[in-house]
Design a protein around this ligand. Structure first.
Ligand SMILES: [Ca+2]
Ligand SMILES: [Ca+2]
Ligand SMILES: [Ca+2]
Length: 413
């Protein structure tokens, strides 16, 4: 997967588990639900004046009329007290009574990964990461995607092509897990009101080089808090071979490491994928660097804690609530997140269900945005400590090493 493109420049690739690629899953919408206490009463055609009849029945039974119908059908809509329902149904003017049901122009699916880490929007969990700026250093983002465009505020193209729009799909998938809009369609992200920056460093095949990645980090740093900018989180679901010299690249002449250290020092929290080689993350960068938050992949099929959900359906060999078979591991991993069969946005306004540590990392980036939304000015080290302190503790079944990371959790943020 990693191709050496010159003796000095290593290829970087997106951390998508290729064997986990699946065809687009355009999830259909479940039938709309019944609205309790609300009914549609249809009269016999022999009723001459539906309005008079509806008013008469409303008085007699204490109904709350909401509509009267005279042309398509004769009848009315009303709230009907449970104790009066049978009396209404047996009225000689009534042909039948329908339950009222919800309808909408579409529906939004809650991805299992968002559910698994307790990031779903509820009455008690209302943090939307509003106004936090997150850079997606990737293949770009679909700039006109209906589930993303409202949150995209800018970007930079450090790769091929003429814009920072996404010609691959990977960057759009990452962006959707972080900040897909909370509306009536598609999916919802972890921080649905965060702002997205499309930093395109990988081409339409998902390939790039350290030089293009550093161009992206340079752009992000220009917008970092230390430079008066708004970007406080960056996601990097990419990697190549390399190692951590423990000295920000000054010992082993690693410009990528130096750039990340300086960007972190400027106030940007970097969240990166551990990689998909079933290898020690210490052999892969940026995963090996201690200055970033390195994320391994959890396999989860049902959005619920515990392993009773059955095997994920989009790829074989994985189990519910188990360490993903492809995920890198080791002491450089800081935390795990869902990364198997993840539904999110795709290029061309679409959606896709795919697997990889690429999909795990943006779950953590999204939670970092939630934390920063309520802790303005938090340093990258403080963000990392807070996320680890709030994790669902390990060990994750199947974790192959002695460092037992837990699973990121947004419930407290
Ligand atoms: Ca949506
Ligand atoms: Ca589960
Ligand atoms: Ca581990």
């Amino acid at each position: 997967m990693y191709k050496r493109i010159s003796s000095l420049v290593l290829a970087v690739v997106l951390l998508l588990s290729m064997s986990g690629m699946a065809s687009a899953a355009a999830n259909s919408v479940p039938a709309a639900g019944v609205i309790p206490g609300q009914y549609i009463v249809v009269f016999n055609d022999t009723v001459a004046n539906p309005r008079d009849a509806a008013n008469d029945m409303a008085r007699e039974h204490g109904l709350g009329l909401t509509h009267v119908y005279e042309y398509a059908v004769k009848g009315y809509a009303a709230t009907i007290p449970a104790a009066r329902l049978n009396a209404v149904k047996s009225d000689s003017r009534v042909l039948f009574v329908s339950e009222d049901r919800e309808v909408s122009i579409g529906a939004q699916t809650l991805p299992t990964g968002v559910d698994r880490i307790d990031a779903e929007q509820t009455a008690t969990h209302t943090n939307k990461g509003t106004g936090v700026n997150v850079a997606v250093i990737d293949t770009g983002i679909d700039l006109t995607h209906p589930d993303l465009s409202a949150n995209i505020v800018g970007g930079k193209n450090c790769s091929t092509g003429k814009s920072y729009s996404d010609g691959n799909g990977h960057g759009s998938h990452v962006a959707g897990t972080i900040a897909a809009v909370n509306n009536t369609e598609g999916v919802v992200g972890i921080a649905p009101e965060a702002k997205l920056w499309a930093v395109r460093v990988l081409d339409n095949r998902g390939s790039g080089s350290w030089s293009s990645v550093i161009c992206g980090i340079d752009f992000v740093t220009s917008k970092a808090p230390a430079n008066g900018g708004p970007i406080t989180v960056a996601n990097m679901s990419l990697g190549g071979t390399g190692s951590d010299d423990g000295n920000c690249g000054l010992t082993n002449n690693d410009a990528l490491h130096q750039a990340i250290c300086r960007s972190v020092a400027a106030g940007v929290t970097y969240v990166v994928a551990a990689g998909n080689e079933t290898d020690n993350a210490a052999n892969h960068v940026p995963a090996a660097y201690d200055e970033v938050i390195t994320v391994s992949a959890l396999s989860d099929s049902d959005g619920k804690s515990g392993g009773t959900g059955g095997a994920p359906t989009c790829r074989t060999g994985e189990l519910d609530d188990y360490f993903a078979t492809f995920s890198n591991f080791g002491a450089d991993v800081d935390i795990a997140a869902p990364g198997v069969c993840i539904l999110s946005t795709w290029k061309g306004g679409g959606y896709n269900t795919i697997s990889g540590t690429s999909m795990a990392s943006p779950h953590v980036a999204g939670v970092a945005a939630l934390y920063i939304a309520t802790h303005a000015g938090a340093t990258p080290a403080q963000v990392k400590d807070a996320l680890i302190a709030a994790q669902e503790s390990g060990p994750i079944p199947g974790d192959p090493d002695t460092y037992k990371e837990g699973i990121v959790n947004a419930g407290g943020f």
